[in-house]
Design a protein around this ligand. Structure first.
Ligand code: SAM
Ligand code: DTB
Ligand code: SF4
Length: 371
């Protein structure tokens, strides 16, 4: 009788664990057919319920106490022909920015080495281009190969890419290509008119077909409506496969841009956006991206709770300020967060970097890059 009771109990426990694991896989299921009604409903959930759902999904897929850290470098700054209304680098915006030609590979490598020493695992190189010109390609390919040789993951964001350019970057070993959708298709024309939303999707297709990982997200706080944030996330989540990395940028308001004086986005709306991105893209790294200097530690902690598990690390983004590294280290310590590691061959990397720097010793620091 007792045995029977025990065996009933153990079969109940087995059933429970099956139900739990089914519930778990249902929670984390990857879907590419999200619709506005259900995403609006996620945004409308009571805050605590939304955070609980996002954190549950986060824990099913990631170590909740690990954050991936990437460092950014602007390899070509300003004088961009595009008209992105948020951007310090658009030639149409009258900002104080000093423009710079494409950096020499040696300079890029030095910055990557510093980033690596700081504990960054991915080095992201950004250029203020509509798209790279053919004459730029040998330089950027060289940058990819050299940074990769350090044992770091590489990422670039150079604007639109043709199929051939995407293949070349993939051939050089580029791991990730960042190209953001920026905002919803419905709000898009308020923000950029010099390239279409479809152009952006086409670049993402070229990146994916070439075999690279996709980093794509957007900006919030551009004066969009709540429904635009839902619509942007639908565009991202319904990509198949979903982007491996999803940067959610809070607008950095830059003097001289048309959005310099726009109203701040309510903090909870930003956190909700991270949580909904986590729920819709359970396997992606969601990056708490630009705008952290305007957030206090508590807000950033809420973003990690909502499922953000990547940040830009280092005191500068492309042109804007980012928190100082010692502030980030202190925050991670307070929260018990560790950084994700990438295993590489350090000795080999050190030799390659020394040779590459020696090779470059006599080259100019800048060359006359395309705008
Ligand atoms: N020129 C390339 C392009 O636009 O594709 C690459 C560099 S661009 C600066 C990369 C992304 O940074 C933009 O798509 C946008 O999402 C983000 N970004 C630029 N300026 C920003 C700002 N002021 N605040 C927040 N995000 C910004
Ligand atoms: C992304 O989504 N955010 C980064 C990166 N991709 C290239 C850029 C943020 C730029 C912030 C404003 C600036 O530094 O000029
Ligand atoms: Fe800025 Fe990139 Fe737009 Fe140029 S294309 S204005 S760099 S966001």
């Amino acid at each position: 009788m007792q045995l029977g009771f025990m065996s009933d109990l153990s079969s109940t426990a087995a059933d429970l664990s099956t139900v739990q694991s089914q519930a778990q896989s249902l929670n984390s299921i990857l879907r590419h057919n999200w619709n506005l009604k259900e995403v609006n409903a996620l945004f409308a959930m009571p805050f605590s319920d939304l955070m609980f759902k996002a954190q549950t999904i986060h824990r099913e897929n990631f170590n909740p106490n690990e954050v991936q850290v990437s460092t950014l470098l602007s390899i070509k700054t300003g004088a961009c022909p595009e008209d992105c209304k948020y951007c310090s680098q658009s030639a149409r915006n009258k900002t104080d920015l000093e423009k710079e030609s494409l950096l020499a590979v040696e300079k890029v490598l030095e910055a990557a080495q510093r980033a690596k020493e700081m504990g960054s695992t991915r080095f992201c190189m950004g250029a203020a281009w509509r798209n790279p010109k053919e004459r730029d390609m040998p330089y950027v390919l060289d940058m990819v190969k050299s940074v990769k040789a350090l044992g770091m993951e590489t990422c670039m964001t150079l604007g639109m890419l043709s199929e051939d350019q995407a293949d070349q970057l993939n051939g050089a070993g580029l791991d990730y290509y960042n190209h953001n959708l920026d905002t919803s298709p419905e709000h898009y024309n308020q923000i950029i008119t010099t390239r279409t939303f479809q152009d952006r999707l086409d670049t993402l297709t070229n990146v994916r077909s070439a075999g690279m990982k996709v980093c794509s997200g957007g900006i919030v706080g551009l004066g969009e409506k709540a429904v635009d944030r839902a619509s942007l996330l639908i565009q991202l989540a319904n990509l198949s496969p979903q982007p491996e990395s999803v940067p959610i940028n809070m607008l950095v308001k830059v003097e001289g841009t048309p959005l310099a004086n726009i109203d701040d986005l309510e903090s909870f709306d930003f956190i909700r956006c991270i949580a909904v991105a986590r729920i819709m893209m359970p396997h992606s790294h969601v990056r708490l991206s630009a705008g952290r200097t305007a957030m206090n530690e508590q807000m950033q902690a809420m973003c990690f709770l909502a499922g953000a598990n990547s940040i830009f690390y280092g005191c500068k983004l492309l042109t804007a300020e980012n928190p100082e590294t010692n502030q980030d280290i202190a925050l991670f310590e307070k929260l018990g967060i560790n950084t994700e590691t990438v295993v590489g061959d350090t000795e080999r990397s050190d030799n390659i970097v020394k040779t590459a720097i020696a090779d470059q010793q006599h080259s100019d620091l800048f060359y006359n890059a395309s705008v």
